[in-house]
Design a binder for this molecule. Structure first.
Ligand code: GSH
Length: 79
């Protein structure tokens, strides 16, 4: 299962969401806007409070950086 830590106003997150939709991938959105009490999950999992942050549980992979996330998704999940 794919999980995307993100928030709505983040343009880098929007880029990633667009590719997830393009690839017809199902994913869980973890909404972590600035000030969210859920930010500590992001810190614990990835080590910093930057979004977007992708967790791919099936491949035991975590990624920051929108361009890296998009490259990863295309490599792993393009049809
Ligand atoms: N180079 C990064 C930039 C990501 C970035 O700047 N994200 C902002 C939100 S748009 C962020 O996480 N800021 C810190 C914060 O929200 O606390 C990428 O392409 O993913």
């Amino acid at each position: 299962m794919l999980e995307l830590y993100q928030y709505e106003g983040c343009p880098f997150c929007a880029k990633v969401r667009a590719v997830l939709s393009e690839l017809e991938l199902d994913y869980i959105i973890r909404n972590v806007p600035k000030g969210s009490t859920k930010r500590h999950f992001l810190q614990t999992l990835g080590g910093k409070q930057q979004v977007p942050f992708l967790v791919d549980q099936d491949n035991n992979t975590t990624l920051y950086e929108s361009d890296d996330i998009i490259s990863y998704l295309r490599l792993e999940y393009s049809k």
